[in-house]
Write a protein that binds this ligand. Structure first.
Ligand SMILES: Nc1ncnc2c1ncn2[C@@H]1O[C@H](COP(=O)(O)OP(=O)(O)OP(=O)(O)O)[C@@H](O)[C@H]1O
Ligand SMILES: [Mg+2]
Length: 449
C-alpha cells in the first residue's frame, strides 16, 4: 500500500488535481485503518487490559469490583469462568478460616495439652493447656521439641512416631521445676499425620495430666498400709493371748483376768478404729446427707460434758464452758456436731496433764459460730501442726497409741466441718497447750443437705 501511494504521488504530485486525487484515494484508506484500530481497541486491547486487572485481583485473593468485560465474546466467557473461580476461591478461603478458628477453639477448650510437630521436630502449634503444663511463657512455635520441653522421652516419641508412622502412647514423669512440688505424671499419645501412606509429615502429641490420679493411688496405697498396720497390732495380741489360754487351760484366775482385760481393751480399740474408718468412709462418700437442725449450743455442750464426767475425773481434769446464752442457734447436724466436740474433748483429755483445765468457748465471728476447745496440755510441735488433720497422722506414735489413738479423730472433725461449709484451725505451743477452733457458717442456706 505504501508503494502504491508513492506511485500515485509521483504520478500526480505535479498538479493540484494530483493532490486531490491522492486525498481521494487516501481518505477511505485512513478511515479503514481508523476503523480497524478502533475495532482492535474496543474488542481486544481494552478487554485484555481489563482481563489483566481482574487476573491480578483474583490471583492476589481480592474480589474484583466487576467481572464484566466488554469486547470480543471470548472475553465475556473468560470473565464468567473467572467469576466462578473467584467465588470458589473465596468460599474455600472462608471455609479454611472457619476450620482454623474451629480448631483454635477446640485447642483452647481442651484440658489436655496439645503440641503439633513437623518432621524436623519443629513445633508448629501448641495450645494454652500445653503452655500451662510445661510452664512456658514464650511462644514455642518454630523451636524444636527438645529446646522447649527438654524431656528426652517426648523427643523419642516424636522420632518413633515419624519412623513407624504408627500411633504411640507412653506414661512419662516430669520432675518438678521447684523442689517443694511433687513430680508430675502424663499419659502422652502421639499420632502421625500422613499425607501419603508411607511417611508422616507431622505428629500430634496430646498430654493428659494424670498426677492427681497417681496421687490418689498413693493415698489409697498408704491408707491400706495404715489400716493393715493398725489392725495387725490388736489382732496379733489376740492371737498371742488366745494361744496362751489354749496352752494353759488351768491358768490361775488372777492371770486369766489380766489377760481378758488386755483383750477387752484391744477389742474396744479395734471397735473404735472400725467405727472411725466407717465414719470417714461415709463422710468422704458423696452419699452422706446432713440433717441440719437448730441447736442451742450452751445446752448441747453442757449435756455432752456430763458424758465425759467420769473420764475427766479419771484424768483429774476440770472443764470450763463459756458460751453466751443468747448465742444464735447453730444450724447444723446435731449428730455430726457431737462427733466434732467429742473428738476435740477426747484429744484434750488424752493429751493433757492432770490438774489442768479444758475450756470450751463459743461466739459469733466472721459470719460464723466459732467453737473453741482449748487445753493446757502437752501441745504440738510447730512442724506437726499442718499435718494433724491428715488421716492416721499422730505426732508421737507411741504415746498416741498408748492413749488409744489411731490418728483419725481430727480428720473426721475436718470432714464434718467442711461438709457444713465451715473451717477448722489449730494453734498450739509445745508444753503449753492446744486450741482447736471450728467455724460453722451462720447462714443456713450454705449448708449442704
Ligand atoms: N489437744 C491436743 N494436744 C496435743 N496433741 C494433740 C491434741 N489434739 C491432737 N493432737 C495430736 O494430733 C494427732 C492427731 O489427732 P487425732 O485426734 O486425729 O488422732 P488421735 O487422737 O491420735 O487418734 P483418734 O482420735 O483417732 O483416736 C494426735 O495423735 C496428737 O499427736
Ligand atoms: Mg483424737
Amino acid at each position: 500500500m505504501v508503494c502504491s501511494l508513492f506511485l500515485a504521488q509521483s504520478q500526480f504530485n505535479d498538479s493540484p488535481q494530483g493532490l486531490q486525487s491522492i486525498l481521494f484515494y487516501l481518505t477511505p484508506v485512513a478511515i479503514g485503518i481508523a476503523a480497524v484500530l478502533a475495532y482492535l481497541q474496543h474488542s481486544w486491547i481494552t478487554p485484555v487490559k481489563r482481563l489483566e486487572r481482574i487476573l491480578m485481583d483474583v490471583s492476589s485473593g481480592r474480589v474484583p469490583r466487576s467481572f464484566i468485560i466488554q469486547g470480543a465474546p471470548i472475553f465475556t466467557k473468560i470473565a464468567a469462568y473467572l467469576e466462578k473461580l473467584s467465588d470458589n476461591q473465596h468460599r474455600l478461603t472462608q471455609q479454611i478460616s472457619e476450620e482454623e478458628s474451629n480448631l483454635q477453639a477446640i485447642l483452647r477448650s481442651m484440658v489436655e495439652g496439645v503440641m503439633i510437630v513437623d518432621k524436623d521436630h519443629v513445633i508448629r502449634e501448641v495450645n494454652d493447656a500445653f503452655r500451662r503444663q510445661f510452664s512456658i511463657n514464650h511462644n514455642p512455635v518454630h523451636r524444636t521439641v527438645l529446646e522447649v520441653v527438654r524431656v528426652v522421652a517426648i523427643e523419642e516419641m516424636v522420632t518413633e512416631t515419624l519412623r513407624s508412622v504408627e500411633p504411640q502412647s507412653r506414661e512419662i514423669s516430669l520432675d518438678s521445676y521447684t523442689p517443694d512440688q511433687p513430680p508430675r505424671y502424663f499419659d502422652v499419645s502421639a499420632v502421625p499425620i500422613r499425607y501419603d501412606l508411607a511417611t508422616a509429615e507431622e505428629v500430634v502429641l496430646v498430654f493428659h495430666d494424670i498426677s492427681r490420679l497417681k496421687q490418689l493411688e498413693d493415698v489409697r496405697r498408704e491408707f491400706v498400709a495404715n489400716v493393715s498396720h493398725e489392725l495387725r497390732t490388736p489382732l496379733s495380741i489376740f492371737r498371742g493371748y488366745l494361744e496362751t489360754l489354749l496352752d494353759n487351760p488351768k491358768m490361775p484366775s488372777q492371770e486369766l483376768n489380766r489377760i481378758l482385760e488386755i483383750m477387752q481393751k484391744h477389742s474396744i480399740r479395734l471397735n473404735a478404729l472400725v467405727n472411725d474408718l466407717l465414719t470417714l468412709a461415709r463422710l468422704e462418700s458423696r452419699k452422706l446427707t446432713l440433717e441440719p437442725t437448730p441447736i442451742q449450743l450452751e445446752l448441747f455442750v453442757k449435756q455432752l460434758t456430763t458424758d465425759f464426767r467420769s473420764k475427766l475425773e479419771e484424768h483429774q481434769l476440770s472443764i470450763v464452758v463459756n458460751i453466751p446464752a443468747d448465742l444464735p442457734l447453730l444450724e447444723a447436724d446435731p449428730f455430726r456436731v457431737e462427733q466434732v466436740l467429742y473428738n476435740l474433748l477426747d484429744n484434750s483429755i488424752k493429751y493433757s496433764n492432770p490438774h489442768t483445765s479444758i475450756q470450751i468457748k463459743a461466739r459469733v465471728q466472721d459470719e460464723a459460730i466459732m467453737i473453741q476447745v482449748s487445753d493446757d496440755g502437752i501441745g504440738i510441735p510447730p512442724a506437726d501442726i499442718p499435718h494433724i488433720f491428715e488421716r492416721f497422722y499422730r505426732v508421737d506414735k507411741a504415746r498416741s497409741r498408748d492413749a488409744g489413738g489411731t490418728g483419725l479423730g481430727l480428720s473426721i472433725v475436718k470432714h464434718i466441718v467442711q461438709l457444713h461449709h465451715g473451717r477448722v484451725e489449730a494453734q498450739s505451743e509445745l508444753g503449753k497447750g492446744t486450741t482447736i477452733t471450728v467455724y460453722f457458717p451462720l447462714v443456713p442456706e450454705k449448708i449442704e443437705k
